[in-house]
Ligand binder design. Structure first.
Ligand SMILES: C[S@@+](CC[C@H](N)C(=O)[O-])C[C@H]1O[C@@H](n2cnc3c(N)ncnc32)[C@H](O)[C@@H]1O
Length: 252
């Protein structure tokens, strides 16, 4: 269930050939990185309306989109840089019209017009780009495309292992007009230490500092937890009221 792409040095997670070879080897299999839909459902149902046109970026061979359709979602477009994954998924779901698959690089989704989607979901794809060459440029291209494709009022949901010190400076760039809420969820196999009396609810957004970071003294119950950044694209009337975080040397 849990695999970690934080060990970037070991694998070429930013390369299409790496993913093609991997999906070739896993042919017929299905795997969800980090979390399954069942644990993400409360967040998805809260922020993604059932009628939303959804874009799943870097879908791989995950069951997430299938599970969303089983849960009532009607329009989930899936893209991935791996043609092997896309061929496989397209064949697998040829009888499910709610699921569509296209081979595409998340850094250039120019086949889609501006403001085509109500929601964009990423689970592990930005993390993969962060392991590739020119990571910061790739991240900026991806996030620029996501922002372009979202309708005003739409939501980008990023599920990642990256904590705010390493993700906020990309996600909260000045080019994007979105308001961010942050959630922290434990790995699926995390067990609270015996005797722990914590009553933390993972369904509540965590407080962040003015700079978008976790407050001093904030304790991560699971040190290898996952983070969900819910980025709501603001409309014109909301933009002037948003604070921007001074994300520079303070964070690095
Ligand atoms: C860590 S896997 C996550 C797969 C799936 N989202 C999940 O949750 O199980 C990262 C996925 O991103 C895809 N990917 C990597 N770079 C990409 C890019 N530039 N454009 C589109 N997809 C990319 C890979 O092929 C892989 O399927």
């Amino acid at each position: 269930m849990f695999r970690d792409v934080s060990s970037c040095n070991t694998y070429n997670y930013g390369d299409a050939p790496y993913w093609d070879a991997r999906y070739e080897a896993e042919r017929g299999g299905a795997f969800d990185w980090y979390q399954r839909y069942s644990s993400l459902r409360p967040f998805v149902r809260k922020y993604v309306p059932i009628s939303a046109r959804v874009l799943m970026v870097g879908c791989g061979n995950a069951l997430m989109s299938e599970d969303m359709v089983k849960d009532g979602y009607k329009d989930v477009m899936n893209i991935d840089i791996s043609s092997v994954a896309i061929d496989l998924m397209r064949r697998k779901y040829e009888d499910i019209p709610q699921l569509k698959y296209m081979q595409m690089d998340v850094r250039d989704m120019s086949l889609f017009p501006d403001e085509s989607f109500d929601s964009v979901i990423d689970k592990g794809t930005l993390d993969s780009l962060m392991c590739g060459t020119d990571a910061a440029i790739s991240a900026a291209r991806m996030l620029g495309e996501v922002s372009r494709l979202l309708k005003p009022g739409g939501t980008f949901m990023l599920v990642t292992y990256g904590d705010p010190t390493v993700r906020m400076l990309h996600v909260n760039g000045p080019a994007y007009s979105w308001k961010i809420e942050l959630y922290v969820i434990p790995r699926p196999d995390f067990k609270r230490p015996a005797g722990s009396s914590s009553m933390k609810s993972y369904l509540e957004p965590v407080p962040t500092t003015e700079k978008g970071l976790l407050p001093p003294g904030f304790v991560l119950e699971d040190p290898d937890c996952h983070f969900i950044y819910v980025c709501k694209k603001l409309d014109e009337s909301e933009i002037s009221n948003v604070p921007t975080y001074p994300l520079t040397a303070d964070i690095l």
